[in-house]
Design a protein around this ligand. Structure first.
Ligand code: ZN
Length: 371
């Protein structure tokens, strides 16, 4: 593994090259949110108030999926404090933007800002990092999934994108609710229950047939869109003992109009270098990073990154390699031999029974080390 550096090390070199304005919040981002919010309300109202054919309802549901995903991308940057600074307003807007996922601002800031950003790709402390072999052996469902043929499993994985963000949010609630101070816990519960109350009231009001098109299908599309990005953020990268965004994050590229619709969420390495800077400035940070560390910076077109996810397993064999426990195929990660065109692998023997056959080892023991 080439030498790893901390976020502070990078920012000490990048910051002098950025204009001061990038560190200011960008409240103008809320105009896009307002448009998405009005379109969401209009779409739900259109389904509720009319007797459209299922095809018309489906077309509206597809649009709602996009507006709900767009609100989610905005909620992410709002809750990093890069849009408004006032804490209560930041949390209120964040809750509105994440209401479709029944995800509250307090839980998100704990899970995402405090845990994921601070411990990115640490196998124990990053709540979003994928399992190592040791963890696989302790998780029966995951073991079962990895007994499926690779193509079928990839299909299963991609199909789960339509639910994954909502399910992961519920798991994060369970994981972190006990860590909130007792006086904050009621608010965390409220931020979960109020959105549910809204969606269930809507169900009572319009009935299950219309609710399917006004909420269920849109939120599944929104899940698929946000997970379509999130799954590419780190899952092709190595685990890293130092939180080095160039090593452990991937930026994807999409057409400019898609970036506009999705609030520049594609600039993910830039976001991990500067989570407190609005994504509007992603292209500016990218230009500096690509000039300074062209060899270390990873970017792939979004569809190519998704293809790489389809073709490779998600279980870490060691820091830098991914293994399919079902057939013993070992693939490199980004910067460590991952071949995003051919998907070449080597073969190892994986014991069928636990306990885990190997730990992560050290970086020096990693077979892919040295590139
Ligand atoms: Zn973030």
């Amino acid at each position: 593994m080439s030498e790893l550096h901390s976020i502070g090390w990078y920012s000490s070199q990048i910051t002098p090259r950025l204009p001061k304005q990038v560190f200011k919040p960008v409240p103008q981002r809320l105009w896009g949110g307002l448009v998405y919010m009005l379109l969401t309300i209009a779409g739900i109202w259109a389904i509720a108030a009319h007797q459209f054919s299922p095809w018309v309802n489906l077309a509206i549901a597809l649009g709602l999926g996009q507006t709900m995903a767009g609100l989610g991308f905005l909620g992410h940057e709002v809750l990093h404090g890069t849009v408004v600074k006032t804490a209560w307003l930041r949390d209120l807007i964040g809750c509105i933007c994440f209401a479709q996922f029944n995800l509250g601002a307090k839980l998100w800031r704990k899970w995402h800002n405090m845990e994921h950003h601070a411990h990115t790709q640490d196998e124990d402390t990053d709540p979003d990092a994928w399992a190592t072999m040791e963890k696989l052996y302790k998780r029966p469902l995951l073991r079962w999934i990895y007994k499926l043929p690779p193509g079928f499993r990839a299909f299963f994985n991609f199909a789960s994108f339509s639910l994954f963000f909502s399910i992961h949010s519920s798991l994060m609630f369970k994981r972190y609710i006990g860590e909130f101070k007792p006086r904050d816990r009621a608010m965390v519960w409220m931020q979960l229950l109020v959105p549910w109350a809204i969606w269930l009231s809507l169900l009572a009001l319009i009935g299950p047939g219309k609710w399917l098109f006004a909420y269920v299908i849109p939120v599944m599309i929104a899940n698929a869109l946000v997970i379509g990005y999130i799954s590419t953020n780190h899952q092709l990268n190595p685990l890293t003992p130092v939180n080095d965004p160039l090593a452990n994050s991937l930026s994807v590229t999409v057409p400019r109009w898609v970036d506009m619709l999705h609030f520049n969420f594609s600039y993910h390495t830039e976001h991990h270098l500067y989570p407190g800077v609005n994504a509007k400035y992603g292209p500016m940070i990218k230009a500096v990073v690509k000039e300074m560390w062209p060899e270390q910076y990873f970017e792939l077109p979004l569809l190519q990154a998704l293809k790489a996810l389809w073709k490779t397993p998600r279980i870490y064999h060691n820091y830098t390699d991914l293994v399919d426990p079902g057939n013993g195929h070992v693939f490199g990660s980004l910067g460590h031999g991952l071949d995003a065109e051919q998907f070449a692998y080597r073969q190892i023997d994986v014991p069928k029974q636990g306990p885990a056959p190997m730990g992560l080892g050290t970086l020096e023991q990693s077979p892919a080390q040295g590139d």
